[in-house]
Design a protein. Structure first.
Length: 560
């Protein structure tokens, strides 16, 4: 089957028309269908669909009364807490555009994205890790107001009282000032408002600005519409063979990230399922939650699965309820996959997506044939093509890897305030626009995609292209190596030379020289590394993905 020289769509038995909807309408439809079913289990306290739709509607009316109108930006500076759901859908009910802000941002990072997005209102909680940062941003940016929820009130009465009494240092009092409003005050002001009084929206209206490093480096706001987000939720739900069964999803991925936004939040709401929500990933807490709620699915990143494997309580945890685990965000190593599958007896499927695609492009099947080491087959309604690595105006030669480009209803409209990036972000072929991913991929005759590497991560060694992920894959086969990153270092003769950085599994003390000798016997001459550095840890992104960019910034100025 020829796949490289023509756009490719893998036919699936679940292929169907994708009919996008406005996200609040999707939320309301599920609440009408299963009003008393739980939507959130938050550390033992449950919230049903009826409760959270009512709170979201009240927030929509409360925000409008305070001056937030259609098209305005509402920022969410929140961990995984129940009011995230009410604020997310409630802001959209008011016709506003949600902007997700990472709870890990510094004051300067947060202020920059507030200014870039144009957010005037931001929702946060009284956590000492968040509220002080938000207050500083309120002082130094164009932000007009904060809405602050109280974390203890979201817990069960007993846990809330214990937090107020025993963990006061983790909380910051909400200051009394005109531009800082308590969440409950806003909700009270909006109670009684009818959904029919809210503005009408169309599926192609902007719903979310999701910031990303993108395919071109600097943080940019991907413009995602209601159609983009609802389509991706429908697409992800369509590939689930367990669609008629009870649905309890482990909500350990941060909701501010696009992976969780689609796979944990919107897809679960579409289905009428429940999210077992934890504020942030903590291996002990996740294992306890799995034991308590018996989740049926667990989306995560590879470092999460490895952290669970490393925890002493993993062997005593009951994983029997899990039907499928979905790994994304980074390449999943074979040792991690095999060990977690042996522990849990659940299939761990690798998938792929980008912020610019609303979260998901492809996935390995949850049942039946899969191909470990690949990112699976494209989801319904998605088409892919491979472009020449050196000349993106041409298709890749038959049988050779190329830059992966995609087209589908989940692809963003572009980057906010970045018209200059349009040409390098999208490729035009035969009158159609394709999103350039920056990833180098292979596509086989069964429609399985394999990411070879990021085009910007390729290392040029004496005229040869070295893919770091291929060298890393060999390194993690060594029983001592837990994690590995390979980056290029400047070299006077070859231009660049690969160098590896690793962490070790417990109980091993191998030297960098030993590992370099072992590795260089197993890779091509041009892939041989000039050194292996053993470290206590490697930098990771906000969702736990190994961060090559941060490693470069850390080591190249010193060693380059």
């Amino acid at each position: 089957m020829t796949v490289n020289n023509a756009p490719y769509h893998h036919p699936q038995p679940w292929d169907m028309p994708i009919e996008p909807v406005v996200l609040p309408a999707m939320f309301a439809a599920s609440a009408q269908r299963v009003p008393h079913a739980p939507l959130v289990d938050f550390l033992g306290r449950r919230y049903n669909y009826q409760q959270l739709v009512a709170e979201a509607t009240a927030f929509a009316h409360g925000r409008r009364a305070l001056g937030v109108g259609q098209g305005d930006r509402v920022g969410l500076f929140l961990p995984n807490v129940p009011i995230y759901i009410s604020a997310y859908y409630g802001a959209m009910m008011a016709g506003a555009v949600v902007v997700n802000f990472s709870p890990l941002y510094t004051v300067d990072e947060l202020a920059h994205q507030v200014e870039d997005s144009g957010a005037k209102t931001m929702v946060t909680i009284d956590s000492s890790a968040l509220l002080p940062t938000a207050l500083k941003v309120l002082e130094k940016s164009s932000l007009d107001r904060l809405v602050v929820g109280r974390l203890p009130t979201m817990l069960s009465p007993l846990k809330g009282a214990a937090m107020r009494l025993l963990k006061r240092r983790d909380l910051t009092p909400i200051p009394s000032r005109h531009d800082v409003l308590a969440w409950r005050t806003v909700i009270a002001a909006g109670r009684g408002g009818a959904a029919s009084d809210l503005p009408k929206m169309a599926a192609d209206d902007l719903a979310l600005l999701q910031y990303t490093g993108g395919t071109t480096g600097t943080p940019k706001g991907a413009m995602l519409t209601h159609a983009n987000l609802s389509s991706n939720a429908i697409q992800v739900d369509a590939i689930d063979p367990f669609r008629g069964d009870p649905d309890m999803i482990m909500g350990a991925l941060p909701l501010f990230h696009v992976f969780a936004n689609t796979c944990v939040l919107n897809r679960t709401v579409l289905k009428g399922g429940c999210i077992a929500m934890v504020p942030r990933f903590d291996a002990k807490q996740v294992l306890a939650t799995i034991d308590r709620v018996k989740p049926t699915a667990f989306p995560g990143v590879p470092t999460m699965y490895q952290a669970l494997l490393d925890h002493p309580k993993a062997a005593k945890t009951d994983f029997s309820s899990l039907k499928v685990c979905i790994s994304g965000g980074a390449a999943l190593s074979a040792p991690t996959r095999d060990a977690f599958e042996e522990l849990s007896q659940a299939r761990l499927c690798e998938g792929y997506g980008l912020t610019e695609s609303s979260g998901v492009v492809s996935a390995n099947p949850y049942q039946g044939m899969r191909k470990p080491g690949t990112i699976g087959q494209v989801i319904p309604g998605t088409h892919v093509m491979l472009l020449d690595k050196e000349d993106p105006a041409k298709r890749a030669p038959e049988g050779e890897p190329g830059e992966l480009v995609i087209r589908g209803p989940q692809v963003m409209q572009g980057y906010w305030n970045r018209p200059d990036t349009q040409a390098e972000t999208f490729a035009e072929f035969e009158g159609q626009s394709w999103l350039r991913t920056g990833d180098i991929a292979d596509l086989d005759d069964d429609g399985f995609l394999k990411i070879v590497d990021r085009s910007k991560d390729m290392i040029a060694v004496g005229g040869f292209k070295v893919f770091p992920s291929q060298v890393e894959a060999v390194l993690v086969e060594h029983k001592a190596v837990k994690e590995a990153l390979v980056i290029g270092f400047p070299h006077d003769y070859q231009g660049e030379t690969p160098r590896a950085f690793v962490t070790l599994n417990e109980g091993f003390d191998n030297s960098g020289d030993d590992l370099m000798s072992w590795l260089n016997q197993r890779v091509g001459k041009h892939e041989r590394v000039s050194g292996v550095t053993v470290r206590e840890d490697l930098p990771k992104t906000m969702i736990g993905k190994l961060d090559r960019k941060a490693l470069r910034a850390e080591v190249l100025p010193q060693d380059g």
